[in-house]
Design a protein around this ligand. Structure first.
Ligand code: NAD
Length: 388
C-alpha cells in the first residue's frame, strides 16, 4: 500500500508546513503543490495536530487497507511529478493484440504465418539483445522467424548475399539487418544493405524506395520508431493537427521520417540538429517535442514549454557514478537502480522534465516497446500485401 493520490490535497486532509512527506499533487494550487505533510500512520498514531491547528480527520486513510506499513517516501528527494506518463508498453501490447486476427487471416490465405528474417553481423552485445527481443516478440505473435548470424569478420559481399537469398525466398515476408554493421565493412555498408533489400520486404523502412514513399505519403513501410511514436500520440488522444512539432535529430531512421509522419498528420514541423542556433529557444516553441539525439539527458527543463508533450526517443546507458548522481539527483529510485546494476538507462530527455511537460514518454517503457510492435505490424502488412 502506498499513499492515495488524494493524500495531502487539502488542508483538511493533510497539507502542513514543516512535516515529513513531500506531496506532489498536480491538482493543488501551485503555491501548495510542493508543501509537505506527515506520514498518515504517524498522524493516526500520535494524533498530531497540524494544518492551522485543526485535528486531522483523514477520511481517505481510515480503512484498514490504508495503514502505512511502508516507510514514508524520502524527504525532498523525489521531484514533484506533473507530466502524464505515456505508457508505451501498454500501447505496444494493444498493437500486438490487434495483430493476432491479422496473423490468423494471413495464415488462412497463405497457408503459413507472416515470417520475419533477421540478419545479425558481429558480436555487439546490445545488438544481440535487440535481435533476441525482436525474435522472441515475433515468435510470441505466432510469426515465422529466420535468424542468420554472421561473424564480425564477414564481408559486405557475404552480408548482401544473405539479403539477396531472403529477397528470393517466398516464405519470408520481412527482412531486417541489425544496425550497426561492423565498422570494417565501410562507411556506406548500411546504405548498400538498405539498397539491396526488396522494398516489398523492407519492414524496417530504411530503403530509399520506402523513404521516398513516406515523403510522398504513399502506401509503404514507415520506419518503426517514428511510426510507433505516431501510434502512441494517436492512441493517447494527443492532438497533432495544427500543433507545432519540433523534432531534434535529422537521422534517416528517426528524425527525418518522424518529421514526415508528423507533417502527414498536419502538424507544423521544425527539424533541429547539431547546427541549429539557440536550440533551447527553438525547442521551447514546441507543442510536441521529439528528442532523437543520442545524448543522455540532453533536453533539460529550459528546452520545454510548460505543458508540452515530450517524446523521448533516446536510449542511453549511464555507467559513470558522477553522471548518474548528476542526472538522477531528484530521482532516488533510478539512483538505486544504478547502484544495484552499475548502469541505468536514460533517454535524451532529462528526467526532471517531468516537472514541466504536460506528457512525457519514460525511458525505458516509452518509445522502445513501440518500435518492436511496429516491426511486427510492418511484417504482417508485408505478408498481407504479398501477391496483391
Ligand atoms: P543519430 O546519431 O543517427 O542522429 C542523431 C541526431 O541528433 C543527428 O541528426 C544530429 O544532428 C542530432 N544531434 C546530435 N548532437 C546534437 C546536438 N548537440 N544538438 C542538436 N542535435 C544534435 O541517432 P539516431 O539513430 O537518430 O538515434 C537517436 C537516439 O534514438 C539514440 O539515442 C538512439 O539510441 C535512439 N533510438 C531509439 C530507438 C527506440 O526504439 N527507442 C530506435 C532508434 C534510435
Amino acid at each position: 500500500m502506498l499513499y492515495p493520490l488524494s493524500y495531502g490535497r487539502s488542508l483538511k486532509e493533510g497539507i502542513g508546513r514543516g512535516s515529513r512527506i513531500r506531496t506532489c499533487d498536480p491538482l493543488l494550487p501551485k503555491q501548495m503543490r510542493y508543501q509537505t505533510a506527515p506520514c498518515p500512520a504517524r498522524v493516526r498514531k500520535a494524533g498530531i495536530l497540524f494544518g492551522r491547528g485543526r485535528p486531522v480527520e483523514n477520511r481517505a486513510l481510515s480503512g484498514p487497507e490504508t495503514v502505512c506499513e511502508n516507510p514514508p517516501p524520502r524527504v525532498g528527494l523525489r521531484a514533484p511529478v506533473t507530466a502524464k506518463i505515456l505508457d508505451g508498453k501498454a500501447v505496444a501490447q494493444q498493437i500486438r493484440d490487434e495483430l493476432k486476427g491479422r496473423v490468423a487471416r494471413v495464415r488462412e490465405r497463405l497457408g503459413r504465418s507472416p515470417a520475419l528474417s533477421i540478419v545479425l553481423v558481429g558480436d555487439d552485445p546490445a545488438s544481440a539483445v535487440y535481435v533476441r527481443n525482436k525474435l522472441k516478440t515475433a515468435e510470441e505473435a505466432g510469426m515465422g522467424i529466420a535468424h542468420e548470424r554472421l561473424p564480425a569478420t564477414a564481408t559486405l559481399a557475404a552480408t548482401l548475399e544473405v539479403v539477396r537469398r531472403f529477397n528470393q525466398d517466398p516464405s519470408i515476408d520481412g527482412i531486417l539487418v541489425q544496425s550497426p554493421l561492423p565498422k570494417a565493412m565501410g562507411a556506406d555498408a548500411e546504405q548498400q544493405v538498405f539498397d539491396t533489400i526488396d522494398p516489398g520486404k523492407d519492414v524496417d523502412g530504411f530503403s530509399p524506395i520506402s523513404a521516398g514513399r513516406l515523403v510522398q505519403n504513399r502506401e509503404g513501410f514507415a520506419p518503426c520508431t517514428p511510426a510507433g511514436v505516431i501510434e502512441l500520440l494517436v492512441r493517447s488522444k494527443i492532438p497533432i493537427e495544427g500543433k507545432h512539432a519540433v523534432v531534434i535529430g535529422r537521422s534517416d531512421i528517426v528524425g527525418k521520417p518522424m518529421a514526415s509522419l508528423l507533417l502527414h498528420k498536419n502538424a507544423t514541423v521544425t527539424i533541429c540538429h547539431s547546427r541549429t542556433r539557440d536550440l533551447p529557444a527553438m525547442a521551447r516553441e514546441a507543442d510536441i517535442l521529439v528528442a532523437a539525439i543520442g545524448r543522455p539527458a540532453f533536453v533539460t527543463r529550459d528546452y520545454v514549454k510548460p505543458g508540452a508533450v515530450v517524446i523521448d526517443v533516446g536510449i542511453n546507458s549511464v555507467t559513470s557514478p558522477e553522471d548518474a548522481r548528476r542526472i538522477f539527483a531528484s530521482h532516488p529510485d533510478r539512483l538505486e537502480t544504478f547502484e544495484r546494476r552499475g548502469s541505468v538507462l536514460v533517454g535524451d530527455v532529462h528526467p526532471d522534465v517531468v516537472e514541466v511537460a504536460g506528457a512525457l514518454t519514460p525511458v525505458p517503457g516509452g518509445v522502445g516497446p513501440l518500435t518492436i510492435a511496429m516491426l511486427m505490424a510492418n511484417t504482417v502488412k508485408a505478408a498481407e500485401l504479398r501477391g496483391r
